[in-house]
Design a binder for this molecule. Structure first.
Ligand code: PLP
Length: 390
């Protein structure tokens, strides 16, 4: 047997082989790492986890996650991005980075419901004042701002009830009082609404949705322009130990080249389905910002360049919850499930009592996510399911 300079056991761990340099391909390489190696002790001692010119530990980033962060910031016209293991984790990171006990935060009444749950926890367990405002409040939010108000969350539009807020007006009032504005910009994917150009300080994305596009990843991102603000978010990210998996980061990177084309296709298909539903006698209201009767429609026209695949309908109040549940159960091309952003269409019923304080509708609400199927087939499916209502 050939003589080795180390035992097989050691050679299994420390190989002499290194692949040739200079490999180039389109996909970003997937770097799996907890330990990141330093050239020497001096490098270890001198390197800072916040310095993005190098690597310190898997939790603080790899070439895969740095690339994803940079590309997400680029999409939104931001300068910095921090990844989180889910959209909700990204929301929590913003809250924990910017709020301490005694501070006040304002949330829209149509906020993504788990964010409301988080707000309740922050107020009960951490002594943070959490107040809710009418999403259509606009400039009048100035009257709600207190000396201890630190942060105003917006969501545009609310992802179930679909009211479009006046983001520039809210930002104007907030900034006049030195208050930061964060937007949950998931609905627009950062494509149909440019948060920073409209005054927001922070744009949060659930990458789980359109960016991944495959219904197979949970991830979130927080994007900023201001370096100091980014540092505060990064500090919270580090303290919380928010890692994201390399394979998941890769899946989101893989979705980005088609993000805009997919979003536009969802947008077209959803408008077609929503317009058809508007003509149906069973439907009392179609909640889609592209229609004139949707609260905030004029703001949507002014500030947005599209709508994507998500909208809701309210059935006539004569239909019971049981009947509407039967309608959803009899849909064949629509999955019944939460989240959205993948290729397949979805339908979910929401009970609005508990989600909204002053909800104007009495009928059952169903939220549709329109996927990439042929809309003609989707309409035929919905039409057949509507017959089950009778
Ligand atoms: C899905 C969603 C989130 C949370 O994302 P997760 O990755 O599921 O935690 C936050 N905000 C909005 C508007 C969402 O639709």
């Amino acid at each position: 047997m050939e003589q080795r300079d180390k035992s097989l056991q050691t050679a299994l761990i420390h190989s002499d082989y290194t692949a040739p340099a200079g490999f180039e391909a389109f996909p970003t390489a997937i770097h799996h790492a907890s330990t990141v190696l330093f050239e020497n002790v001096a490098a270890l001692r001198s390197r800072n986890w916040q310095d993005k010119s190098g690597y310190t530990y898997g939790l603080h980033g790899t070439p895969t996650t740095f690339t994803l962060e940079a590309r997400l910031a680029e999409i939104e016209g931001g300068h910095h991005c921090v990844l989180a293991p889910s959209g909700l984790a990204a929301i929590a990171m913003v809250d924990l980075a910017l709020l301490s006990s005694g501070d006040d935060v304002l949330l829209p009444d149509n906020v993504y419901n788990p964010s409301r749950e988080l707000g309740n926890w922050l107020s009960q367990a951490f002594g943070i004042s959490v107040r809710y405002y009418d999403p259509l409040i606009g400039e009048r939010i100035a009257a709600l701002i207190q000396p201890n108000t630190r942060l105003i969350w917006t969501e545009a539009p609310g992802s179930v009830s679909m009211e479009v807020p006046d983001i520039p007006a809210i930002c104007h009032a907030a900034h006049a009082a030195g208050v930061l504005v964060a937007i949950d910009n998931t609905w627009s994917a950062g494509i149909a609404f440019t948060a920073f150009d409209h005054g927001c300080d922070i744009s949060m994305q659930a990458l789980t949705k359109y960016q991944s596009g495959g219904s197979d990843v949970l991830m979130g991102a927080v994007i900023t322009r201001d370096r100091e603000l980014h540092r505060r978010l990064e500090a919270a990210h580090m303290r919380l130990g928010y890692g994201v998996g390399a394979d998941d980061a890769y899946l989101v990177l893989r979705g980005l080249p088609t993000l805009k084309l997919r979003f536009e296709a969802h947008d077209r298909h959803a408008l077609q389905v929503a317009a058809w539903l508007k003509t149906r006698p069973e439907v009392a209201a179609v909640l889609h910002p592209g229609f004139e009767d949707c609260p905030g429609h004029a703001l949507w026209r002014r500030d947005f360049s599209g709508a994507g695949g998500l909208f809701s309908i309210v059935f006539n109040a004569c239909y019971s919850e049981e009947q509407v549940d039967r309608f959803i159960d009899s849909l064949e091309l629509f999955g019944i499930g939460y989240s959205w952003g993948g290729s397949a269409s979805l339908a979910v019923p929401y009970r609005m009592t508990g989600l909204r304080r002053n909800w104007p509708h009495r009928g059952q609400l169903v939220r549709f996510y329109i996927g990439l199927e042929d809309p003609v087939d989707l309409l035929a499916d919905i039409e057949r399911a509507l017959e089950q209502l009778a």
